[in-house]
Design a protein around this ligand. Structure first.
Ligand SMILES: [Zn+2]
Length: 194
């Protein structure tokens, strides 16, 4: 599964600024994952099968990619599907559940679903947004996990984590980044590709 996923997203090595503010050594063109609906449906079906044992009644994904994967996962599990909206200010990114959905999500076991997790900031903020409105985000699932950062963070928070595939990838705080220390130019691919 992972070579397929990586090839689809034109994965390449380098020195990149990530949305979370970390520096990383692998870049993926995430939007590319949404082009082939048939492939995406197949991968999301695999993820849904991993999530089934968690007995959720809803799935929620951060817009854009996570929400698209969430729709396919929810279809396979025959549960409801919700999305979290991304709100970006000059200094901060947060996610929120649309207000009209709050009441119907309260008290329910929810799987947070994303396409690819690296630092895991989008799934963590989606999870927080769900918890704030009284939903129970009991598991986080991704098609692809880069390294183990998101898994460790999710477990620390008290939810389960599962991924269809995992590939090694490094992630550093800017102050600790060895690529910065070696003077490797930092790319900001987020500005090109969302
Ligand atoms: Zn760096």
């Amino acid at each position: 599964v992972s070579p397929d996923l990586l090839e689809t997203m034109n994965g390449r090595a380098g020195h990149f600024l990530l949305e979370s503010g970390h520096h990383g050594d692998l870049w993926l063109d995430l939007d590319r994952l949404l082009v082939s609906a048939a492939d995406l449906q197949r991968w999301a079906g695999g993820l849904a099968d991993l999530l089934r044992e968690h007995d959720v009644s809803a799935v929620c994904g951060p817009l854009v990619g996570g929400a698209v994967v969430a729709e396919f996962v929810a279809a396979r599990l025959e549960v409801d599907c919700y999305y979290a909206q991304r709100l970006a200010s000059a200094t901060d990114v947060s996610y929120r559940i649309p207000a009209r959905r709050h009441d119907e999500l309260a008290g329910r076991r929810v799987a947070v679903v994303d396409d690819v997790v690296n630092a895991g900031s989008a799934v963590a903020k989606t999870r927080d947004a769900l918890a704030e409105i009284g939903a129970r985000p009991v598991v986080v699932g991704a098609l692809l996990a880069l390294g183990s950062h998101a898994e460790e963070q999710t477990k620390q928070w008290g939810a389960e984590f599962t991924a269809l595939a995992t590939v090694p990838s490094n992630l550093w705080d800017p102050d600790d980044c060895p690529l910065c220390r070696d003077g490797v130019a930092l790319e900001r691919p987020g500005e090109e590709s969302g």
